[in-house]
Design a protein around this ligand. Structure first.
Ligand code: NDP
Length: 292
């Protein structure tokens, strides 16, 4: 049976580290500030924004929650981003995805001050990650996955890592992080056009699954002793649950945990790390602002 990589425990460790850093920043007269902008009333987005705000408050960060109507125009949103860019009390800005369809998300991301882009989606931060320049911001979910691998003492140097998925939020930055100098994995990126996927994933020492398909990764995809990180968060119907659904990952946990040497659960794996890394990026942004 695989060792369970406990994302909640690692997130708590991150928060303990951050509390010390936040106290030091406050002692020098600076409080890290995060602004989360929500346009519209998507219930899942609303829940994400609430939990980010709650975590900021628990850590003693300055938190601004900006809730804008679903009919907000591109220009109105750009104006709010501009205000936040110029607000010295705000070190991190996040515009919750997905926005309503009248909003050009890529243009909003480009309008963010890259020094406040704690999601790591601005082209300058993407370039810094690709160049191995650690002064930028790395998207929170892949950053959290790397921290989980580090905490589980997985030897990544020279390891075969297969990333399933090539999104800008998870797959691509994950691949870049793993191949960067200092991490030194040999990386393969697979996607919906990949031929004979089980043959590709069977070679992996480490599999990162980020495809958004419930229970897609089966025992046949995984070699004995591999480490499996499950990024997926998928709703599946469950009449026994009060909500009528439950959350499952992209990995068939039941079957794969019998073959893997270590695995993350869903929930309680990557999920808690994403928000922990958002807090960490906000503190990093505040530290950088203090130096400039
Ligand atoms: P996207 O839909 O943007 O990307 C999915 C990727 O998976 C694409 O590259 C797609 O390939 C690939 N893919 C889809 N089906 C297959 C298949 N059958 N075989 C191989 N590759 C496939 O998703 P995200 O990256 O945004 O999210 C992935 C998952 O991670 C989702 O479940 C999401 O909910 C979860 N997630 C979890 C987070 C957390 O905090 N834990 C944060 C962000 C996401 P192609 O490019 O060819 O279409």
């Amino acid at each position: 049976m695989a060792h369970l990589i406990d994302g909640r425990a690692v997130a708590e460790k991150v928060y303990a580290e951050l509390r010390g850093e936040i106290a030091a920043l406050k002692a020098s007269g600076r409080t890290p500030g995060l602004a989360v902008v929500l346009v519209g009333d998507n219930p899942a987005s609303r829940a994400y924004v609430r939990s980010k705000d709650k975590m900021c408050r628990e850590l003693g960060l300055h938190s601004v929650k900006l809730e804008l109507p679903a009919a907000t125009t591109q220009d109105e949103l750009l104006a709010r981003v501009d205000e936040l860019n110029r607000d010295a009390a705000i070190h991190g800005i996040l515009v919750q995805s997905p926005p309503p369809k009248q909003i050009d998300e890529a243009a909003i991301v480009r309008a963010l001050d890259p020094r406040k882009d704690v999601d790591g989606f601005h082209p300058l931060n993407v370039a810094k990650l690709a160049m191995g320049d650690d002064s930028g911001f790395v998207p929170c979910t892949p950053l959290g996955c790397l921290r989980l691998l580090r905490e589980a003492a997985v030897d990544l140097c020279g390891a075969n890592a297969v990333v399933l998925g090539r999104s800008m939020i998870v797959g691509k930055p994950m691949a870049l992080l793993l191949m960067n100098k200092g991490v030194d994995a040999t990386v393969t990126v697979a996607h919906s056009r990949t031929r004979d996927l089980p043959q590709v994933t069977q070679r992996a020492d480490v599999i990162i699954a980020a495809i958004g398909q419930p229970h897609f990764v089966k025992a046949e995809h995984v070699r004995e002793g591999a480490v499996v990180i499950d990024v997926g968060i998928n709703r599946v119907d469950d009449v026994t649950s009060e909500r009528g659904y439950r959350l499952v990952g992209d990995v068939d946990f039941e079957a794969v945990s019998k073959k893997a040497s270590a695995i993350t659960p869903v929930p309680g794996g990557v999920g808690p790390m994403t928000i922990a890394m958002l807090m960490s990026n906000t503190v990093k942004a505040c530290r950088a602002a203090a130096r400039s």
